[in-house]
Ligand binder design. Sequence first.
Ligand SMILES: [Zn+2]
Length: 173
Amino acid sequence: MSRTLATKKTAARSKNNGAPARSARSAESVRSLKGLVNVTRQVHFNSAHRLYNPAFSDSWNEEQFGLCTNPHWHGHNYVLEVTVRGEPDDITGYVIDLGELKRVLNETIVKKCDHRNLNEEVDFLRGVIPSTENLVIAFWNEIEPHIKSGKLHSVRLYETPRNFAEYFGHSAS
Ligand SMILES: [Zn+2]
């Protein structure tokens, strides 16, 4: 390497905190790959709830919901998995920055539901029976407006390791 070239390279680096200057590397470019990819973030929260329909008698509720209608509540260690679908960005390779998805899930769901009573303390669940089925629809509605990169594909909620519900944003009609 000639002395002149070495000096030029050093000068270019010094302008950019030691990183190679962009112009010096402009001949190199990344290849963007095409394909729809699902990206998932998992979060956890613990909540109390009770399955109860106030339009019916206590005995109807007991027959319908069994232990799940216990008037003194019960709790679950919920696991929420939210999937965003899209094509990797040409520049970052991301469908969505998973740090950003984590932030959205914490703000919209975890902060409002963790260590809360889902029947009584969560505004967006007011008047809703907090079954796993209803929760995935309600969570979708909270999360979807905040997804700015890719498209919300599914909201899956585990009430127990064996029981989960999943919603893709479709209505029956
Ligand atoms: Zn329950």
